[in-house]
Design a protein around this ligand. Structure first.
Ligand SMILES: Nc1nc2c(c(=O)[nH]1)N[C@H]1C(S)=C(S)[C@@H](COP(=O)(O)OP(=O)(O)OC[C@H]3O[C@@H](n4cnc5c(N)ncnc54)[C@H](O)[C@@H]3O)O[C@H]1N2
Ligand code: MOO
Length: 400
């Protein structure tokens, strides 16, 4: 049996991902979206020379020890002083207020003594001090954010400051999920004999939520060919951008998913990858729908989703692949087989920096060890095992 190398499978999937489709979103809904065009400043920020302190504005040359300046007015944020500061004069000013014409310096009020209409200063003036020059933050025409930026609160801050009420972001895919297996019941069900709680769709919905416009859970379908055909046809009828099945991907008599997908017009690009866990992964297309048939084992389903579906969704959104991590091992790894191993590992913070603690459990049905994992060590095919301290490559499970 030939197994497709992981890198070839990923390449084949990425080749099927459509071009990014831009759409506009209000700023209030932009968090977590991916920008599709550069965000350009349409004004200078600040739009005028502004005070950085509550204090007084004057000409620095007029500040002489023992001499008072006459206070001729006030400049507040939102209401500038409309006159000009001349020799021997000062203007009361507040943080963010426009610097009056004629003034070149601000001295904060803690260094000023006010006496009726006059003010004297207890510190020397430093020319240009406590002034935020016009355009100091950003200037008209400046590119503030690049296409492909995953919008965080900090990006929203600069976009709002730059007066953008709407942003152009990538349309997100509509994702459908289907679990297959006679044994499966939904969480919360009292377990009957031979039953297993179906966890995959819940885990996948949580994993893929940041990328999706909608995630529709089409529920559990038993291992019956007619039922599978009818229910999968219904799932396709809603025209998802991505349809993900779990279970029934292997070679047993009850592993019917591949046959039914083909019956329903899915053209299969590949089945079975040289990896563990996750070997029976299948991938194909039906019209514009990307179809992933994940193995039923919960760790296999999650690992294949992390290794293949997340990169596909990043590409869908125009978000560049995050670099893989290279970190020292906190404990040795055992020798690998001929299949690339995505090994569960914990990120451990030590005084000398972060390290990776491999989790010994390799059972692909073992969810409690998966729940302890922060990273997946990418152990190469035929790797002879590495000692503590060796630098290994890993994927962050949490990375967008
Ligand atoms: N003779 C062979 N047997 C198996 C092979 C093989 O190559 N030859 N491959 C093994 C590998 S590797 C995997 S992975 C599994 C994958 O099998 P399926 O995709 O057909 O999955 P199922 O048989 O339906 O289920 C496997 C296991 O996972 C549980 N399961 C299924 N769906 C869910 C769900 N939604 N939530 C939680 N758990 C689920 C199911 O009850 C089974 O215990 O095949 C090996 N066998
Ligand atoms: O490769 Mo399977 O995914 O071991 O469990």
């Amino acid at each position: 049996m030939t197994l497709l190398p992981v890198d070839e499978a990923l390449k084949a999937i990425l080749a099927r991902v459509p071009a990014v489709t831009p759409e506009t979103t209000p700023l209030t809904d932009a968090l977590g979206r991916v920008l599709t065009s550069a965000l350009i400043a349409t004004h200078d920020q600040p739009p005028f020379n502004a005070s950085a302190m509550d204090g007084y504005a004057m000409r620095a040359a007029d500040v002489v020890e023992g001499h008072a300046l006459r206070v001729i007015g006030m400049s507040q944020a939102g209401t500038a002083f409309d006159g000009t500061v001349s020799a021997g004069e000062a203007v009361r000013i507040f943080t963010g207020a426009p610097l009056p014409s004629g003034a070149d310096t601000v001295i904060m009020q803690e260094e000023a003594q006010r006496d009726s209409d006059f003010v004297r200063f207890t510190a020397p003036a430093r020319l240009g001090h406590s002034i935020r020059p016009k355009g100091n933050d950003f200037a008209t025409g400046q590119a503030l954010l690049e296409p492909g930026t995953l919008l965080t609160p900090m990006h929203i801050a600069v976009a709002a400051a730059a007066n953008h009420a709407e942003l152009t972001v990538a349309r997100r895919p509509r994702i459908g999920l289907v679990a297959t297996g006679n044994e499966l019941v939904v969480p919360g069900t009292p377990l009957g004999p031979d039953q297993i709680v179906g966890s995959n769709s819940f885990a996948l919905a949580a994993l893929l939520k940041p990328y999706a416009e909608t995630i529709t859970d089409h529920g559990i379908i038993g291992d019956d060919i007619d039922l599978l055909r009818t229910r999968l046809a219904e799932a396709f009828a809603s025209e998802p951008d991505v349809l993900i099945t779990t279970g029934g991907a292997s070679v047993g008599e009850h592993d019917l998913v591949q046959d039914v997908l083909k019956d329903l017009g899915v053209s299969l690009d590949f089945w079975r990858i040289n990896m563990r866990p996750g070997k029976p992964l299948m991938f194909g297309m039906r019209g514009k729908t990307l179809v992933f048939g994940l193995p039923g084992n919960p760790v296999s389903a999650l690992v294949t989703a992390i290794v293949f579906i997340k990169p596909a969704l990043r590409a869908w959104l125009g978000y560049a692949e995050p670099p893989h991590w290279h970190l020292p091992l906190a404990a040795p790894t055992p020798p690998n087989t001929a299949r690339r191993h995505f090994m569960r590992a914990q990120l451990v913070h030590s005084t000398s920096g972060p390290t990776l603690l491999p989790i010994a459990q390799t059972d692909s049905g073992h969810t409690s060890s998966l729940s302890k994992a922060d990273m997946l060590i990418t152990q190469p095919e035929h790797d002879s095992g590495q000692g503590a301290g060796a630098i290994v490559e890993a994927l962050s499970i949490d990375a967008f």
